[in-house]
Write a protein that binds this ligand. Structure first.
Ligand SMILES: Cc1ncc(COP(=O)(O)O)c(C=O)c1O
Length: 340
C-alpha cells in the first residue's frame, strides 16, 4: 500500500474518514476483546446513556512520522491514565491495563497510509472515546459502554500556524471548583460552545477562563493550558484542581527545566499579574504551543512581546518538544513510543 494522495501541507484541523477504527464493548461487567472494523457508524438505542445524560469521555493524541521514518506516539501512557481518571469520575468502567495502548497502536497501524509524512507539518490525530450505550431513563450510570478509537490526518489547529492568537477574558465559567474540569468529559466541551462562539463573533480566537469561585485567577482556555514566561526567563504555569492536566504542558515544564535550564513555578496565577509576564503560550496536543499575542480583559488589553510572533523562550520550548516528537532530539526515557 502507498501513502494516501492528500495535499498534506495544506490540511486543516478537520475530520477525514480513514479506513479503519477500533471498537470494544463493555457488557455484563466486562470488556470484550475488541476489534478493528471498517464500519464508521455507531448504532445505539435512542435512550442510550450518552444521548440522555452525556455520559462520555475522550482523549486526544497524535502519531508522528519521525525524521528516520518511524511512526511514533508521544507519552500515550499518560492519555491512557487520564482516560481512566475521566471514566472513574463519570462512573464509567475503567479500561484494563494495556487495552488503551493496544487499541491506539492497532488503529494507527491499520491506517498507516494516512500518517502524514515527515516534514509536512501534518500529523495523525487519534481520538479514543467511551460512552454509555444502553438505555437509561432514570438518572444513573449506564450498564453497557462502548470504547472506540478513530484517527484523522490533521494540519495546524489554528489557521495561522504559529502566529499569535488573541484571547478575551470570558464572562462564562468553564468548570466549577469541585466539578469535572480536571477530566476530559464531553460535557465540559458542550457547555463551552456558547462561550467560544461568542468569543469568535467578537473577533477573538479563544477564551481565557477564570476560576469561578473568585474570578481572579487564571484557569485555562477551552482546549489548552497556559504557560507564562517571566522577565527572567522562568516558566510559570497555573495550578488549579479544575483545569485539565495537559500532557503537553507537563512535558514542556520538564523540557524547560531539563533541556533549557529554566526554573518552573506551578502556582496560582492572578489575572492582575498577567501584565508582568514577557511571554504567554497555549499548550495542548492540537497546537503544541500557540503564542498568545494579547488578552483583552474587558477593554484592558495586555500585549505579550510584539503581539505577533512567538517569544524567544516559547520558541525554544516549541523547537525542543517538537524535536523530541519528530525524533531529532533524544527525549527522556519512555516519552516516544514507536508503533512501526
Ligand atoms: C480543556 C483542555 N485543556 C488542555 C488541553 C491540552 O491537553 P493535552 O496537552 O494533554 O492535549 C486540552 C486538549 O486536549 C483541553 O481540551
Amino acid at each position: 500500500m502507498a501513502k494516501k494522495d492528500i495535499d498534506w501541507e495544506n490540511l486543516g484541523f478537520g475530520y477525514i474518514k480513514t479506513d479503519k477504527r477500533y471498537v470494544s464493548n463493555f457488557k455484563d461487567g466486562k470488556w470484550d476483546e475488541g476489534l478493528i472494523t471498517e464500519d464508521d457508524k455507531v448504532v445505539i438505542s435512542e435512550c442510550a446513556g450518552v444521548l440522555q445524560y452525556s455520559q462520555s469521555c475522550f482523549e486526544g493524541l497524535k502519531a508522528y512520522t519521525t525524521e528516520d521514518g518511524r511512526v511514533v506516539t508521544f507519552r500515550p501512557d499518560l492519555n491512557a491514565q487520564r482516560m481512566n481518571d475521566s471514566a472513574e469520575r463519570l462512573e464509567m468502567p475503567k479500561l484494563p491495563d494495556g487495552k488503551f495502548l493496544e487499541a491506539v497502536d492497532k488503529v494507527v497501524e491499520a491506517n498507516i497510509d494516512w500518517v502524514p509524512p515527515y516534514g509536512s507539518g501534518a500529523t495523525l490525530y487519534i481520538r479514543p472515546y467511551m460512552f454509555g450505550s444502553n438505555p437509561v431513563i432514570g438518572v444513573k450510570p449506564a450498564d453497557e459502554y462502548q470504547f472506540r478509537v478513530f484517527v484523522t490526518p490533521v494540519g495546524p489547529y489554528f489557521k495561522g500556524g504559529t502566529k499569535a492568537v488573541n484571547l478575551k477574558v470570558s464572562d462564562f465559567d468553564r468548570a466549577a471548583p469541585h466539578g469535572t474540569g480536571h477530566i476530559k468529559a464531553g460535557l465540559n466541551y458542550a457547555m463551552s460552545l456558547h462561550a467560544i462562539v461568542t468569543a469568535h463573533a467578537e473577533g477573538y480566537d479563544e477564551n481565557l477562563y477564570l476560576d469561578p469561585a473568585t474570578r481572579t485567577k487564571v484557569e485555562e482556555t477551552g482546549g489548552a493550558n497556559f504557560i507564562f514566561v517571566d522577565h527572567d526567563g522562568n516558566l510559570v504555569v497555573p495550578k488549579s484542581t479544575s483545569i485539565l492536566p495537559s500532557i503537553t504542558r507537563r512535558s514542556l515544564t520538564v523540557v524547560g527545566e531539563k533541556y533549557l535550564g529554566c526554573k518552573v513555578y506551578e502556582r496560582e496565577v492572578l489575572l492582575s499579574e498577567l501584565k508582568d509576564f514577557a511571554e504567554c503560550g497555549l499548550c495542548g496536543t492540537a497546537a503544541v504551543i500557540s503564542p498568545v499575542g494579547s488578552i483583552d480583559d474587558h477593554g484592558n488589553k495586555i500585549v505579550f512581546g510584539d503581539g505577533k510572533e512567538m517569544g524567544p523562550v516559547t520558541k525554544k520550548l516549541y523547537d525542543t518538544l517538537t524535536g523530541i516528537q519528530m525524533g531529532h532530539i533524544e527525549g527522556p526515557e519512555g516519552w516516544v513510543h514507536t508503533i512501526k
